[in-house]
Design a binder for this molecule. Sequence first.
Ligand SMILES: CC(C)(COP(=O)(O)OP(=O)(O)OC[C@H]1O[C@@H](n2cnc3c(N)ncnc32)[C@H](O)[C@@H]1OP(=O)(O)O)[C@@H](O)C(=O)NCCC(=O)NCCS
Length: 149
Amino acid sequence: MKDNINIRKMEMKDICQVLFIEKMSFATPWARESFERELRENKLAKYIVAEIDKKVVGYGGVWLILDEGHITNIAVHNEYRGFGIGHSLVDGLINVCDELNIERMTLEVRISNIFARNLYKNHGFVDIGIRPGYYADNKEDAVIMWKEL
Ligand SMILES: CC(C)(COP(=O)(O)OP(=O)(O)OC[C@H]1O[C@@H](n2cnc3c(N)ncnc32)[C@H](O)[C@@H]1OP(=O)(O)O)[C@@H](O)C(=O)NCCC(=O)NCCS
């Protein structure tokens, strides 16, 4: 399956499929308007999708703030998890940052989200701190991860 993954820029026409994946992936999913605003108005935001046979199966985003890239979200359709799409999305976001001369990348991830923490660790992100009670829905701590490019 990995050979068939195409990574490209997210477009407005992708939002329906992205929202479907967002809702299956997060306890407090972003609304359609949030994605629309990100694509239309946020000059600091870059979003990519992973597609297989023209179907959107995952997506990820990063905000470019000065020389840092902040990963906002990464999610893969639950029927397509475990096939390397998460790896391709992280690589895609790292490439976006590399091309724009970003020097380091950072993100927050739920402390219980072992899959995602492993994914980022495999790409050279390291834990640098904790934000206690960061997630509003269950007051779970966030791990802050960091990678020098
Ligand atoms: C996290 C997520 C994006 C991973 O996507 P994926 O396409 O399944 O990931 P991949 O198949 O590329 O696997 C990447 C790594 O994730 C970790 N991983 C994936 N499945 C795993 C499992 N069953 N057990 C442990 N680690 C696992 C591994 O480190 C794996 O790397 P490896 O294959 O080299 O060991 C996906 O699980 C998801 O969408 N989760 C819900 C949304 C989410 O939590 N996003 C992250 C928010 S910060």
